[in-house]
Structures are given as C-alpha cells and as structure tokens.
Design a protein around this ligand. Structure first.
Ligand code: ZN
Length: 246
C-alpha cells in the first residue's frame, strides 16, 4: 500500500523513501498537497451499495453506518493527529477541522443533503476522541459545477477542477490542520484540488478520509481510471443498454 494515497502498489514498483514510507509511482512523481489519504474499504460489493443507497436513493440512515466505518478508518490517522498536537505544543491545542467535500449549490438542493457532511457528522459521533475534531461547514465552498467530469482523462479532470473550490473564511483556517471527508476516493483529483485550495488559504496540514476508495490495480479500468461522479454516467449507460436489448 502507498503510505500517501493508499493505492495498492505492486512490489516491483514499490520504493521506500528514507523515512521508511512506501510510495506509489504517482505519489513519487507528484507532490500531493495532503499528508495521507485513508479509507475504510474498497468501493465494491456491499459498501458500494450502501453508498448508493445514501447518495442516489436518499436513504439517510445509511450515513450512520458509513460514519461508523469512517471513524474506524480514522484510527489509522491517530498517530498523525497525535504528532500534529505534539508539534503545536501545549499552548495551541486547537482541534483538527473536519471539512466535508462540498457539493455545488444546485446539486445539493437537488439531493437535499451533502452525503460527505452526513457521513462526517455520524463519524464524529462514534469517534473515540471527538474533542480532537471540530466540524467546519461552509468553510470550503464549491464555486463551480463540475459534474461534466465523465470521460475526461485524469489530466483533463485536474484542469477541469481548477478553480472549482474556494475557502470562504481564510482567517479561520490559517495555521489550522484539516481532515477532509468524502464518501469515495476515486483518482484523488477532488481531494488534491480541495487540499491545494485549503493549503493556499493557510492550512498547515491536510489529511483525507473516505469511506471507500477505488483501487486502480484491483479494477478492470487499468488504463481508463473510473472518474469522480461516474456513477451517474454508469447508470445512464446501463439504462441505454437495457433499452437497446428490449
Ligand atoms: Zn500513492
């Protein structure tokens, strides 16, 4: 596993840096604006269904279960959190800001909720040390709709996301540490862009936690990585193929 993004790394490509961290080829090539990304499980089977229930069927109680899973995934970041607290020193023990990846206004209105926010809220309720974390809503805003990501290459997707997020109250985040929360980590393009914007606004460190992540090596999309927001696209194409078949 890559110690930065959590991607599975084939041992042939594994390289360990002087700090003893193993990095995947992508994380060796680009400097990620976040420290580490963790996830509870891979985006398939029951976990994928549960996320779909929440996002597309509006079954809100699913967020409770997903939040518990996220809280479990956060255990992997506890040494990092402790280290951050140690670095800050005893006179600056401000909690880590928990920032859900925002949806664009119209999408949020359409869905009536932001799944990342519901998951973050539920996770805080079951997290063992909630005093270390503080939910920060509307700090990060999506200023542009980006639902047209489907079919773009990862490079195009990065370009497409540029300028899609903004920090509303930069003074509140200066020098703070942030835990970015989302439902699924796909290519990391969204997390990377959010973290970049947060860091530029003065955030000290960013960690990323998602309930699920797509493992590229485990998926059949070796050359054609699944894209953020691709679910709608898949649903549409399934619907079309059903129509063709009948
Ligand atoms: Zn990596």
């Amino acid at each position: 596993m890559c110690s930065v993004c959590g991607e599975r790394v084939l041992s042939a490509y594994a390289e360990t840096d002087p700090e003893g961290l193993r990095r995947c080829p992508v994380c060796r090539r680009i400097e990620r604006p976040f420290e580490r990304a963790v996830a509870y499980g891979s985006y398939e089977g029951g976990l994928r269904e549960l996320i779909h229930l929440l996002k597309y069927n509006g079954v809100r109680p699913a967020a409770k279960v997903l939040g518990r899973m996220l809280a479990e995934a956060l255990a992997a970041l506890e040494p990092d959190f402790d280290h951050a607290m140690f670095e800050r020193g005893m006179y600056d023990q401000q909690p880590i800001l928990v920032v859900p990846v925002p949806l664009y206004q119209s999408k949020r209105r359409q869905r009536e909720f932001n799944q990342a926010e519901l998951i973050a809220r539920a996770a805080l309720k079951s997290y063992a040390a909630p005093e270390h974390l503080q939910l920060a809503l509307d700090l990060l805003q999506r200023t542009r709709d980006t639902h047209s990501q489907i079919g773009l290459t990862s490079h195009q997707r990065r370009e497409n996301l540029r300028g899609a997020f903004a920090v509303a109250r930069a003074a509140e985040v200066t020098g703070r540490d942030v835990l970015l929360v989302d439902d699924v980590y796909t290519t990391g393009a969204t997390a990377t862009e959010c973290a970049r914007v947060l860091r530029r606004a003065g955030v000290r460190q960013v960690w990323v936690a998602t309930v699920a992540r797509t493992l590229k090596l485990a998926s059949k999309y070796l050359d054609d990585e699944p894209v953020e927001g691709a679910e709608e696209g898949f649903k549409a194409s399934e619907f079309q193929s059903v129509k063709v078949g009948t």
